[in-house]
Design a protein around this ligand. Sequence first.
Ligand code: PMP
Length: 313
Amino acid sequence: MANPKYAFIRGEIVPYDDATVHVASGAFKFGTAVFEGLRGYWNEDQQDMYLFRMDEHMQRLEQSQMFMRYEEIIAGGYVAEKTKELIHANGFRGNNVHIMTTTYVSGAGGPGMCGPIDLTITAMERPRSANVLEGVTAQVSSWMRIPDNAMPMRVKCNANYHNGRLATVQASADGYVTAIMLNSRGKVSEGPGQCFFMVRNGKVITPSTSNDLLESITRDTVLELLAEMGIETVERDVDRSEIMMADEAFFCGTAWEVAPILGIDKVAIGSGSKGPITSRLQKLYFDICDGSSGQHTEWRMPVYAGSNAKAAE
Ligand code: PMP
């Protein structure tokens, strides 16, 4: 899709091409930045866009900034307001939107710099991908997930993403869509930018958050929705060999939504097609995100008609 008209940087909405950072900044040189990827879901009937679980994303953004010892914490409420203003300015209607909100060290200096801090926001139209709808293949990566006591994935720091990139590039060179990363104990951690779930004997199992993974908001959403569907969920260690025995497997994340895994290391998972629990969950997830389902209104922040609805509640 074409570039959007506007982006946000240094406190204002600017032409998209002007949203640049200095080459001497800590963010550019050392990846001293934290971010949130978010989705805006367009609902044609309601003529509105919904930001999915904005409050939780903003809470995590504040926590990441705090962990980085930034000299200034940019408040989540401010970021949410500016995100809505940017969507209004771009006039996005009719498509889903992918948003990145990043707070970064804009000043020059060494890796230990803790400021000055700036906020940048980009938003672009991004329709749902075929990978999400139809499913993906994955390779168990030979790259180990970075351990929590080295570079914690719990903190959504840009520099962490080099680790997942190694796995993604390797997977793609080897003919897979994505990767599954193991941690320093050899247990399943997560995908490069998405969490891992599998179904065995009717139960849904996912690695616990002590497995060097991001405390994903979609993971939390999925666990809650499965419980509401009456399906038992278990958070625990998952062995590499166990994932091959799964009846179904899927990834989840803001970008990945709920994406079936069709095969791992060229071995079909279950029937090798989208499984029944994954299908039901995926449909429910889509309907909740775009407001087709009336459930969980608290997870949807309206951008247009109801832009003041949150404050009025
Ligand atoms: N793990 C990693 C490493 C990620 O980057 C993401 C995407 N933010 C996820 C999992 C999924 O997290 P969320 O559901 O909060 O988007």
